[in-house]
Design a binder for this molecule. Structure first.
Ligand SMILES: [Zn+2]
Length: 230
């Protein structure tokens, strides 16, 4: 079967940062953008180092071995560390928001991936993954709907919406690969993590460029209180 094997698209993770930001308006956008992709950054690093690896065929990418970056336990541990630092630094809301961002990555990946997410950072045990990526039309519709939902609760700008839609459209060739689409990835070991890194950075820049122009009016704004405009 042709398949991208379970690479939740960067724009979906970046959109999750918008949803977290809407709940924690005083937490900066950049810490949240990094939090939602922290697990992916680990995967990119571990893949470059050969610690984690994928199985690539001419028309499919299978993320066969990513227990260190992408296990449920890794997500919970990273979230606990962020939450703990927040407590110690008396910035509980920052810690909680970052923890939520980290967990959002694992949650979205469990929905989208083939069953390849382990409970603990080891090869042992059951593998989670609802395999949304195996149904490309549904995958496209669910991911774009999720992105637009996050944009809506963030009350993003029109420019951000257009960017989000374009980023989702760009994913279509990867969602519906041709029979030899992934041959270059087979020939160049570092190409897959590099392409993912570019996607991650591009989605960050999109949200950073269009996101901060949003003016947030908290419902609790008192008359005369300064309005958050980050
Ligand atoms: Zn991931």
């Amino acid at each position: 079967m042709n398949s991208a094997g379970g690479l939740t698209y960067a724009i979906s993770h970046a959109s999750a940062a918008l949803a977290v930001k809407s709940r924690f308006p005083r937490v900066g956008l950049w810490p949240l953008l990094i939090a939602v992709q922290f697990v992916e950054l680990l995967w990119i690093l571990f893949t470059y180092l050969g610690i984690e690896h994928s199985r690539i065929t001419p028309n499919a990418v299978h993320l066969d071995f990513l227990p260190y970056s992408h296990s449920v336990g890794t997500g919970l541990l990273l979230a606990a560390i962020a939450w703990g630092f927040g407590k110690v630094a008396r910035r509980s809301n920052v810690g909680a928001a970052i923890a939520l961002g980290v967990l959002s990555h694992v949650a979205l990946d469990i929905i989208q991936h083939e069953p390849n997410i382990t409970l603990l950072p080891m090869q042992w045990g059951p593998r989670l993954g609802l395999n949304l990526q195996g149904y490309p039309v549904l995958d496209f519709l669910v991911e774009i709907a999720f992105c637009i939902f996050c944009w809506a609760i963030f009350r993003g700008t029109r420019g951000l919406l257009i960017g989000i839609v374009i980023f989702n459209l760009i994913n279509i060739p990867v969602m519906f690969p041709r029979s030899t689409s992934f041959v270059p990835l087979m020939e160049h070991h570092n190409l897959l993590p590099t392409l993912i890194l570019i996607q991650v950075i591009a989605s960050w820049l999109l949200v950073w460029w269009f996101g901060p122009k949003t003016v947030i009016f908290p419902s609790t704004t008192r008359p005369g209180a300064p309005t958050l405009q980050e």
